[in-house]
Design a protein around this ligand. Structure first.
Ligand SMILES: Nc1ncnc2c1ncn2[C@@H]1O[C@H](COP(=O)(O)OP(=O)(O)OP(=O)(O)O)[C@@H](O)[C@H]1O
Length: 344
């Protein structure tokens, strides 16, 4: 590391309900599940990220795995700070020991969080040695990360479906003129699947099983052109208590998710009603940009397009656009100063 390289110590953080991503020098250096495993007796942290995630549902009574964020908001500040500290330390280990002493940080946050929650996020970052701390809303960061020119006088609609929240925003001239933050996203989809399997197949499944089924055969519609094959799902028989396996199809998954997806669609339609006609005219042409991990659900773009009668585009790397956009803003603060969240 050169003597002046510390001036480049800028990190962008997407502290998500499900995944935490951190960039350094323009590259994603940390990509980890937002989960921490703690020994309940000693309070010692056993694992964070992937290692902690692999323990989900398989721990004994002395160990607890927790997601410190809920619905995009920090639910446990102590654990979230500890988790971030360890992840930043990892970053420091791969960069330089000098790093941890001085860096500027940008953090992407959901639109729906209160000023008190924003201040708490900033305080947390300060305790982690961040020198200057900037906040940006997740859909704004996603739009910039996807290459949308948010500073133009032109309306764009972004829907970011994460693990805890779905962020819907209409952006023009570097600001959000209408938007909603809905607490229905990937985690609710997992719960919907769990409930469906329990009711229809008398099978009790864990959270990670529900998530892997969603990723393997999950769909938002029941008429996919290239349908995934039916698959097996294992869990505990509700009646006998024995381990059991059943077959499940993508059509069943789409049925189980229907109510939640309809709620998201209603929020999208409400948001479209809230915008001035000139912006509606823009969005008729620019369409909807769909991103976030939840956007990878099969057929979701088709379904949204049918409901809104608008073109819906899905970008590459939907899990990365928020942190990439945040990184671009941090590196070009002069250009993007207006998109930052101020007056906190
Ligand atoms: N192929 C896939 N199909 C459907 N859902 C997926 C797929 N891959 C990942 N997901 C879901 O995406 C969600 C995580 O997305 P993302 O990382 O964008 O959210 P986050 O930033 O952690 O959450 P939030 O923005 O709500 O705080 C999880 O619920 C995960 O199950």
């Amino acid at each position: 590391m050169g003597f002046f390289d510390f001036l480049n110590n800028k990190i962008a953080v997407d502290l998500g309900t499900t995944n935490t991503l951190i960039t350094h020098k323009g590259k994603i250096a940390i990509d980890a599940p937002s989960i921490i495993a703690v020994n309940k007796i000693t309070g010692k942290i056993i694992a964070v990220g992937k290692e902690a995630s692999s323990m989900r549902g398989k721990i004994h009574k002395n160990i607890k795995t927790s997601y410190p964020l809920r619905n995009g908001v920090i639910a446990n500040f102590d654990l979230s700070e500890k988790m971030l500290k360890i992840l930043i330390k990892k970053l420091s280990d791969i960069s330089s020991a000098f790093f941890i002493k001085s860096y500027n940080m940008i953090i992407a946050i959901p639109c729906g969080i209160t000023k008190v929650e924003m201040r708490a996020v900033k305080e947390s970052a300060r305790r982690l040695n961040a020198k200057k701390i900037y906040l940006i809303s997740e859909p704004m960061a996603a739009a910039i990360g996807a290459g949308i020119d948010v500073l133009q006088p032109k309306g764009h609609m972004v829907i970011d479906i994460g693990g805890g929240t779905t962020e819907i925003a209409v952006i023009t001239l570097g600001g959000i003129i209408a938007g909603k933050s809905v607490k229905i996203a990937g985690n609710v989809f997992n719960n919907d699947i769990t409930q469906y399997v329990r009711e229809k197949h008398n099978l009790h499944i864990g959270e990670s099983t529900a998530e892997s089924i969603k990723i393997k055969i999950g769909s938002a519609i029941d008429t996919l052109e290239e349908p995934p094959k039916k698959t097996t799902i294992q869990g505990r028989d509700m009646l006998t208590g024995k381990p059991k396996q059943v077959y499940i199809t993508y059509k069943e998954i789409s049925k189980s998710l229907d109510k939640s997806i309809t709620q998201i669609e209603n929020s999208v339609l409400d948001t479209l009603c809230d915008i001035p006609p000139e912006i509606s005219a823009d969005i008729y042409k620019t369409g909807i940009f769909l991103t976030g991990g939840g956007s990878m659900l099969r057929g979701l773009d088709k379904r949204f397009s049918a409901t809104t009668e608008l073109p819906v585009y899905k970008g590459d790397n939907p899990l990365e656009v928020v942190v990439k956009g945040s990184d671009i803003v941090l590196k070009n603060l002069d250009r993007y100063t207006n998109v930052l969240i101020k007056n906190i």
